[in-house]
Design a protein around this ligand. Sequence first.
Ligand code: NAP
Ligand code: 8YV
Length: 333
Amino acid sequence: MINISAAFCKAAVYVQPVESSLSRPEILVAVKLWPVYMEMLCEAYTVHDRVHVLDPARFAAIAPHIRGIAASGEAKVPAALIQQLPALEIISVFGVGYDGVDVAAARARGVPVTNTPDVLTDDVADLGVALMLSISRRIPQADKFVRAGLWPNGPLPLSRKVSGARLGIVGLGRIGQAIARRAEGFGMSIAYTTRNKKPDCTYMYYPNAQALAREVDFLIVITPGGEATRGLIDAEVLAALGPKGYLINVARGSVVDQAALVHAVTTGAIAGAALDVFEDEPNVPAELRAHENMVLTPHMASGTWETRRAMAQMAFGNLQAHFSGKPLLTPVP
Ligand code: NAP
Ligand code: 8YV
């Protein structure tokens, strides 16, 4: 069991005591990481916490010694950073999505990239379904209504039924399938789109998001991010979803054209949206924050103690495997 000191949790930047950092592999932490994971890293490695952005002069001095990068699903590890690290051997992502890492640049240097698949699937699927229920049954609005003492004045307006409705899933991978299994419990009819039709899947397949959106009440997006999916959910897809349709995004903000989404919710082109991810996190446009028919969460789909611990063990395990010459646990394909 790891003990996290209060000082450590509060620290804006972690500075490792010198005596605990001698002759260990040096790791660059690319983004603010969960304190429990940071403690694990600090027990095994010499850790440089975000030095490349916070202290460029010091970074220039330590860059030649960096052998590993600890990143997260949100972290940016561009080619320019990889090129500055001549001794780099591994990039370990604390997250399943690795769209922030320039994998091609890493590969070109022979640097493997690892991620944390499967262990977060249940949590992300749970939140996807929770968001679908929240936006349709107006749970946050109902909570505000009761707290504000408005109940005695009359009932809350009626909401929209989920059980038996039509669900479209954009991206039927590990998490998409887990969402579908949960939706079966609600008696929903399930359809999906992916680039490759799944041969043994009984759900209705549509060749693209627009064709799928036309046929469903709820559209849940759960693809990878990155250039290949940028703006996949655009104005045409939202128009196809229609004024009674709801969009739920638990993938990446980049997958949805945010300007088109703002326009669609403000003009009533769709009924509403529930979003865990945004184009420029943690900044959320005022138009989205102000709108009544929105449920917004701060990129928290994998954010339970149980899952974050499992992710930390896997991300740390990949670094440990690499530095002890063992096969990596979960290299990205
Ligand atoms: P996965 O098993 O690799 O599944 C990805 C799915 O997306 C596959 O079915 C893939 O099928 C499909 N896909 C890829 N490109 C597509 C496109 N252009 N159009 C339609 N479908 C496409 O990954 P996963 O474990 O389910 O995770 C999915 C993503 O969820 C992650 O990459 C990450 O971005 C996001 N995520 C978010 C959170 C959060 O906190 N909100 C947490 C975890 C994960 P084809 O290859 O056949 O197209
Ligand atoms: C986390 C994620 O937010 O797994 C992913 O792709 O986006 C999330 O699980 C993240 O990596 C923790 O910072």
